[in-house]
Design a protein around this ligand. Structure first.
Ligand code: FES
Length: 567
């Protein structure tokens, strides 16, 4: 190994006032685990496991971690698995994003506190991969990611189903009385039928692809289905690669560079990825002092076509993407747009990785740069008097007929207010109105939930309305779709312009001009602002810390004290 710090179990000794005694004690206790003297002298490879009985997406982790250990042992390392917080997306209240920073702190501190020469980060479900990359980046330990891989699809009456775009589609059918409760109950048993992350290009799969684009996963491993034997082979190979990393001391700051972040942004656009990934990539880059600008995102979006035909924007599922060539095919196609000098976790540069073209690419699913799925990127940032610091729209998942219009605001003051009134038959709302939700941002107490996909009011849904302009400071699931403007910043809970909108106001949306404006006289807004009052902070604990220190969406919703100074 190339650095001159103590290695293996001799790293980071416990303070007893006598270093020799501390090492003697540590080795004595390590022997109680039954390891041989020879193995205890090998590089220590931590395996940070986000396994949990409250995370269905990770239910195959015991087998996956065994395969990582196999690889570590075969390469001459000592594998040491340890648990971290897990974030099972649908099992957390108020929302998993609130706990991403807590998990990142857990990963960072355990990577730093324990005697690890390198670490394998085993995650997958939505916020776990960003949390692990954020934590490992701050800890500065050599690290490599291994993702859960996507679920397989199932069938319902001959139709293919997969979590969770189809969850939303069938729920919308139920709300509009197209299907009954019995059918819904049958569908419930078919949506998530294997281990692994959501079966579409939602946040988990997007972050897996982004992690591979950053160079933090072994090549070609982002999209291998969770239950495919190749995933176990990838786990074994990741274990071997971690031992090589322990020897090379290649750290994340040399892999996740400004050029690598720009590559990852282009990949995010080209795969029609989740809006959440902008927040996560900004947070990961922020740990290394790399800024991500939403204005620059717009420049990249105009120059980066969507190459894949995958749900929620297209027709296919992640298992099809893997079979079609996966990330190797996407990266190869994007080669002219990428910085090929970037290092990957294997020590190879992107140019070396992409030297040979992939074989057998299915062009029905992964298109060429010359004949893309859509000519411009999937995401755009909007700015204007309603969102001075930006908002995000996934235009590839939206109805382009709603892109240039002015609408009447129908305002809900919070997610709870929305839930209470959206289906009220007396609600004054028409299909051309803009549905507005306030107080769902990072500091709102709701923790910026994936509630930005406001349901179409039941009365309108039953009348056949499928999409409306919806605007909030919330997020949206990566598996969702619709003309949904998200991440409005500054958020309502800190008195941003969104807090001042009232039902009946006019709002102008122009995707062409990348603008979002509240057409209310400034004197009227000043009067409303003078009357606005912030809600009290949570009284104690992590929720108090979160509300006090979380940053806005354009800064990745990280804690202010965890970001690094700009490089
Ligand atoms: Fe885990 Fe979707 S619920 S990835």
């Amino acid at each position: 190994m190339s650095d001159d710090k103590p290695q293996g179990l001799a790293r980071g000794l416990t303070h007893y006032g006598d270093a020799g005694f501390a090492l003697f004690l540590r080795r004595s206790f390590a022997r109680s685990m039954g390891y041989s003297t020879a193995l205890l002298a090998e590089p220590t490879i931590g395996i940070a496991s986000a396994a949990s009985d409250l995370n269905n997406c990770h239910r195959h982790f015991p087998e996956l971690i065994d395969a990582v250990k196999r690889g570590v042992l075969a390469a001459g390392g000592l594998p040491l698995a340890f648990p971290t917080i897990s974030l099972g997306e649908v099992f957390l209240h108020p929302t998993s994003l609130m706990y991403r920073n807590l998990m990142a702190m857990d990963v960072e501190e355990m990577c730093r506190a324990q005697p690890l020469d390198a670490v394998v980060l085993v995650g997958g479900c939505d916020k776990t991969v960003p949390a692990q990359l954020m934590g490992a980046a701050s800890a500065g330990v050599p690290a490599i990611g291994l993702v859960a891989g996507p679920m397989l699809t199932a069938r319902h009456d001959g139709e293919r189903l997969g979590a969770c775009t189809d969850c939303r589609r069938f729920w919308a059918k139920f709300r509009s009385d197209e299907i009954d409760r019995t059918t819904l109950d049958r569908v419930e048993t078919k949506l998530a039928t294997t281990a692994g992350t959501c079966a579409v290009m939602g946040t988990a799969s997007t972050m897996a692809c982004v992690a591979e684009a950053l160079g933090m996963l072994l090549p070609g491993t982002a999209a291998i289905p969770a239950v495919h034997a190749d995933r176990l082979r990838a786990a074994e190979a990741t274990g071997r690669a971690a031992v090589a990393l322990a020897r090379s001391r290649l750290t994340i700051d040399r892999i996740v560079t400004p050029a690598a972040v720009e590559n990852a942004l282009k990949v995010l656009l080209a795969i029609g990825g989740s809006t959440n990934a902008i927040i996560h990539l900004t947070a990961i880059a922020g740990r290394l002092g790399i800024p991500v600008s939403l204005k620059h995102l717009n420049e990249l979006s105009d120059a980066t076509p969507v190459l894949v035909d995958l749900k929620p924007t297209g027709a296919h599922y992640m298992e099809d993407f893997f079979a079609a060539g996966g990330m190797s095919a996407v990266l190869h196609e994007l080669k002219p747009l990428l910085d090929l000098d970037c290092l990957t976790v294997t020590g190879e540069r992107l140019a070396e990785r992409l030297a040979a073209p992939p074989e057998g690419v299915d062009r029905a699913i992964i298109r060429t740069l010359a004949a893309p799925f859509t000519p411009a990127g999937g995401l755009v940032a909007l700015f204007g008097s309603l969102a001075p610091n930006g908002a995000i729209l996934k235009r590839s998942a939206a109805d382009a007929r709603l892109f240039e219009r002015t609408g009447r605001a129908v305002v809900f003051s919070s997610p709870s207010d929305l839930a209470a009134r959206i289906d009220d038959p007396a609600l004054d709302v028409e299909p051309d109105d803009f549905l507005i939700m306030q107080n769902a941002g990072p500091k709102s107490g709701y923790g910026m939930p994936e509630a930005g996909y406001l349901p179409i009011p039941a009365r309108l849904a039953r009348a056949g309305v499928k999409d409306m302009v919806r605007i909030s400071d919330a997020r949206m699931s990566g598996t969702a779709y619709g003309t949904v403007v998200l991440h409005v910043s500054p958020e309502a809970a800190i008195g941003g312009p969104l807090a001042l909108v009232q039902t009946g106001d006019r709002i102008r949306l122009s995707v062409r001009e990348r603008s979002l404006d509240l057409e209310v006289d400034t004197a009227v807004l000043a009067r409303r602002k003078a009357q606005w009052r912030a809600s009290p902070l949570p009284p104690r604990g992590y929720q108090r810390l979160y509300a006090e220190r979380v940053l806005q969406a354009e800064e990745g919703c990280d804690f202010d004290f965890l970001r690094s100074a700009t490089r």
